[in-house]
Design a protein around this ligand. Structure first.
Ligand code: SF4
Ligand code: SF4
Length: 309
């Protein structure tokens, strides 16, 4: 069996046996705690070391044309929202003044980024300030057949990679990908379909050990997000208002949780802050993460995101 097929299946088997939804059996809990302890010690010295180069993502929209259970950007709960081109230019200019060319990559995501009618302008904008960084669109791919030729010309001219995540829906991914690759577009996708989702349960109170959560988290100091003139170490904090609006919760994001581009003074200050736990990490129950949740459409209920009391 090919490695790329074997790996996801193996991963799913391990997750299903070690992280079942309701995991109260003492032996399973013991094994899981041992694995998490190992993971903690392995990641401790990685997560808290500043990255050599910045990497960040821009939310182009909050909403999505799919509606996946437990989407970790809360898109099923989001009203249509479109990033503003002029505000984004202001942020990229500020960031460029602070970090110059020290940017490894920029990702455009959402929600579904292809829903933004000005996506071409965003691509040109990122290239204006970060001409040598990798530039990538993260998409579910289902809108690719409807995109205008101009979009693909822009992707070719501006060296944009399109990265597609496959979901178990009625859509011929292979056909679309092959057609675009034939046209010279740099479009990629894992061959496996994401048949399962994962969930980071949020505690209703900030009662978790923020450092522990930060170190165990796959997003911290990795999925860095730029929004409204602020840099966050992960996307969760930048879109938590969507969850608050939907369920009248009161998750708080304070000045200690992000970097304000208007007040930060140096590249080192940015990179050190991104490698430090945020107070908000105290909401994330990383030791109770759930994997192997069968993919289906969201019912838009709190249990998909919020830990039971
Ligand atoms: S495709 Fe991605 S952004 Fe859209 S609902 Fe699913 S997980 Fe969320
Ligand atoms: S708030 Fe902290 S622990 Fe929670 S997802 Fe973001 S980086 Fe991870």
């Amino acid at each position: 069996m090919k490695e790329h097929i074997l790996k996801p299946r193996l991963r799913e088997l391990v997750y299903r046996s070690i992280y079942p939804f309701e995991n109260n059996r003492p032996i399973r809990r013991y094994v899981r705690d041992k694995i998490l302890q190992r993971q903690y010690h392995k990641q401790k010295d990685v997560k808290t070391v500043p990255l050599e180069q910045l990497q960040f993502s821009l939310h182009l929209v909050d909403h999505c044309n799919l509606n996946c259970i437990g989407c970790d950007h809360f898109s099923p709960l989001a009203s249509p929202w479109f990033a503003d081109l002029y505000e984004t230019e202001r942020d990229l200019l500020l960031l460029h003044e602070l970090i110059g060319e020290k940017c490894r990559y920029v990702h455009l995501f959402g929600g579904e980024p292809l829903l933004h009618p000005q996506i071409n302008d965003f691509i040109h904008l990122v290239r204006k300030y970060f001409p040598n960084s990798d530039l990538c669109i993260l998409t579910n791919g289902t809108l690719l057949p409807r995109m205008a030729d101009y979009f693909f010309t822009t992707c070719l001219e501006e060296r944009v990679q399109i990265r597609v995540t496959r979901y178990p829906i009625n859509f011929d991914y292979d056909k679309v990908l092959h057609e675009l690759q034939h046209r010279g577009i740099d479009v990629r996708s894992n061959e496996h379909v994401e048949k399962t989702m994962y969930m980071t349960p949020l505690s209703r109170k900030k009662d978790q050990d923020a450092t522990d959560s930060f170190i165990l988290c796959h997003r911290s100091n990795n999925c860095i997000t730029l929004r409204d003139g602020k840099l966050f170490t992960c996307p969760m904090m930048s879109v938590i208002h969507i969850l608050n609006q939907a369920f009248h919760t009161q998750y708080e994001v304070g000045p200690e949780d992000y970097i304000d581009l208007n007040t930060v003074r140096s590249y080192d200050e940015i990179m050190t802050k991104l490698a430090s736990p945020s107070s908000f990490c105290g909401y994330c129950k990383m030791r109770d993460m759930r994997f192997g949740i069968p993919w289906r459409t969201s019912k838009r209920v709190p249990e998909e995101w919020i830990a039971e009391l």
